[in-house]
Design a protein around this ligand. Sequence first.
Ligand code: GLC
Length: 736
Amino acid sequence: MKRISLLCVLALAACCPKNNTPVYLDPSKPLEERVSDALGRMTIEEKVAMTHAQSKFSSAGVPRLGIPELWHTDGPHGIRPEVLWDEWDQAGWTNDSCTAFPALINLAATWDRDLAHLYGDCIGQEARYREKDILLGPGINMGRTPLNGRTFEYMGEDPYLAGQLVVPYVQGVQSNGVAACVKHFAVNNQETRRTATNSVVDDRTLYEIYLPAFKAAVVDGGAWAIMGSYNLWNGEFNCHNKRLLCDILKGEWGFDGVVVSDWGGCRDDDQAVTNGLDIEMGTWTNGLTGAASDSYSHYHLARPYLERLRDGRATEEVLNDKAARILRTVFRTSMSPEQHFGSFTSPEHFAAARKIAAEGIVLLKNDGVLPLNIPQGGKILVVGENAYKMMVVGGGSSNLKTKYEIIPLDALREAFAGKAEVVWERGYVGDVTTDYNKVITGQDLSEKRTAGQLKADALAAGKDVDCIIFIGGLNKSAFQDNEGTDRKDIVLPYGQDELIEALAGLGRPMAVVNISGSPVAMPWANKVGAIVQGWYGGSESGHALADVLTGAVNPSGKLPFTMPKSLIDGPLKTERQYPGIREEGKQWWQEYYDEGVFIGYRWYDTQNIPVDFAFGHGLSYTTFEIGKASVKRSGAGWKVSATVTNTGKVAGAEVVQLYVSDSEASVARPAKELKGFEKVYLNPGESKKVSFTINKEALSFFDADKHEWVAEPGEFHALIGASSADIRADLPFTLK
Ligand code: GLC
């Protein structure tokens, strides 16, 4: 309805004599003129109404002026099913089953900027078609701990990788007249007590690790919206944190869009007004429980705000800034000069989902088991719940009602139809739930056998097969890959380690596929022939995995995070670092980022701690050589070049990675830091030269005292590699 009425208004405006069309309704007028014209026509009450929710996922427009409401939607992986006015549960519509795109960690593992844009464009089309104006994603919080329940929704442990991929994603989304709402700003790196923990982070760590991807999204990507996070940073809640939102985001970065609170993340009447929040969303705000009949007028930026405006405690100038940002968002989305109609669950979207999912699958190890080479009439045993369990439903706000989801077992049976028998043994019972927010998968995961029987059946089935493929890992249930809870350890649950070892003991060719959104320990890594990191691939996950296992797609994914051998090898050694401690006289939990910039490979590399698989690692069914590397001055910076050659027998892609290392510095710096990457697709025998430019910023660390980036003269190294641990060229150069 909204779109038709709006088109009528715009058409009306277009057909009326130009001089009668109000500027704000005239799509040919510059954006800022439309904003100030609309602002000048609005009452205080209308401006205040826009600054807070009117339903679970909408905030008010200006009905009197024909300015539409803003409709917000989860999530980063697809368009959430419609919910009732003030419920989390789905409304039961029959026209809102979406394309489920891969989890963002799966996109990150592609290391492919073009696919990030394709992803953003497709999901933006789906949002526009569903008449949603603000997509509540992408999430780009750094992987400080592998236990974070929302690791699957984010883009890994490195700010440069996340920054390079979030920019095209945002641009893709916004090319459809939909605002990307980049989240959760900022230093929200865990789910444990996420609404009651104060992250204590020094400025150098903040500027080097936790801000860069957000800055890229805003400054390079032009993001139109940012979501404040639930936690506190240096004592203020981030949905109204003055330093974060006013000084850094809107001040230093010049952000002209809207700051949206996380749902229920706004906690204070006065700070909500003065500290940079523009739209307050969520429920039970202001201590409300049980949703009083007029709960939305109780919001901090509702009746309390009007009272402050009337008694002089709040200024209309600040209100006008909020309203202007909201109007700007409306004129960029539903009232955009370019008409967008989007599209929904198209074959192109499912094809994109399958391509992105497959391109992000990481071949961690392969002694020749893969690609599968099964004789005609052969037999494959698939073991593991994740070969069968649908994963799109669940996990929190990224839960989706999708048109379909292809499970790995069906895709493998499809791929081997007429060629080989594919039998399945569950092997263990993990999570039997099949619904979330009243979205159901329709599967029956009930199981009568005991754990012992399940294991015995799997082992018995594995005796006479050509190959065993174990497909296990994690799932979207509590304390796994799930919003609202963190994991307790990185050990595989449900007795999978023992089962994998027992199956390996059968002596058959064996591949293990770990379906997860976060790192897991792999103590059996030396006992199986091949290991694949599969992700939550969305609607086409099964096809994507079968494409890689059969060789239809040559794997080219690279790990966006480190796979440590065990949790205790990581940088978070104390309660005060994670999950936080209580302190005398402080209302909230306190969490100290004592490890500073040393997270992920920045920690393991610098400390020389062996890991199972390194950041940036990923193999192929072909081989690559990286050679002829050189570094030379180029203008104010340096140009680093290398030639990559496909020295194998099949076409494939390599991600050439550039790391920079500072030989000597006045501060402790990581052994190396990612400052460039290029994904190169090559046919057998083909070579390509890749070049990177290193500028002074890439050599700098953030000097908190001077509040500026500093590159100290001295020797640096440009390290070219196929992963952070597989460096093929070390090129020293000197900054005078
Ligand atoms: C949730 C999440 C956020 C989501 C929002 C709306 O609590 O933290 O990512 O977009 O609320 O569902």
